[in-house]
Write a protein that binds this ligand. Structure first.
Ligand code: CTP
Ligand code: MG
Length: 202
């Protein structure tokens, strides 16, 4: 049985774990400004753009770089966060099955494993984003056209899959986190729309 506290713990652990993917995906928007499209304006056999103007070399490479930078920033804090998480989890009575996952989710198993995982999460986020756009173009959707839930989840699905090469994650954790990511994205877009920063919702 998963308690509400277990669920909260899983979400917090997954937030820390997937930070590089979030950073990569979030900052690609800024880093891709005025950069060349990855597909070099080429069209696919269906006559539509392979990826479209929204997927640039600058966004892709820049996203991976800032995602990895986020990993380097996380690196020195992982020991501290790990002991804090274990202490809190034990005090709050979190299930042992969740507690057992804490060390690998927070710190990976080694220094190099942690760095490799951060790189894979960033790469996975950017690849997932590309795959999402590729699918959207095949569905006949123009660049920027909303496509729920692909827009919200493409980056995180592939990031978590590739990240699992270093730290395997239970499927339930992935599903919980997909739901959280989806809700967070929709909420952020709604707020941006209400504030006038975006001209359409979603
Ligand atoms: N971006 C980029 N390069 C990437 C990913 C994103 O330059 N590899 C930038 C683009 O300026 C893009 C913006 O980030 O417009 C937002 O990303 P996203 O929402 O994924 O792209 P869309 O413009 O919505 O295009 P698509 O319909 O293909 O998702
Ligand atoms: Mg989009």
């Amino acid at each position: 049985m998963v308690t509400a506290k277990d669920l909260a713990a899983i979400i917090l652990l997954m937030l820390w774990y997937s930070t590089p993917a979030y950073v990569a995906n979030g900052l690609a928007v800024i880093l891709g400004k005025n950069s060349r499209p990855i597909d070099n304006y080429k069209v696919f056999i269906d006559g539509r753009r392979i990826l479209g103007d929204g997927k640039t070399i600058g966004g892709f490479i820049g996203g991976i770089m800032v995602g990895f930078l986020a990993t380097i920033i996380q690196l020195p804090f992982r020991g501290l966060i790990l002991s804090f998480a274990l202490e809190t989890a034990i005090r709050e009575g979190i299930s042992t099955t969740v507690i057992c996952r804490i060390p690998s989710l927070i710190a990976a198993t080694s220094f190099s494993g942690f760095l490799m995982r951060g790189f894979l999460l960033s790469l996975g986020a950017m690849l997932g984003d590309l795959i999402g756009s590729f699918i959207k173009r095949r569905l006949g959707l123009e660049r920027g056209a909303p496509c729920i839930p692909l827009d919200q989840l493409d980056f995180i699905i592939v990031a978590l899959l590739i990240g699992s090469l270093v730290t395997p994650i239970p499927l339930q954790y992935i599903l919980v986190f997909l739901a959280v990511t989806f809700i967070a994205h929709i909420t952020a877009n709604f707020i941006a729309y209400k504030l006038g920063a975006k001209n359409r919702f979603p």
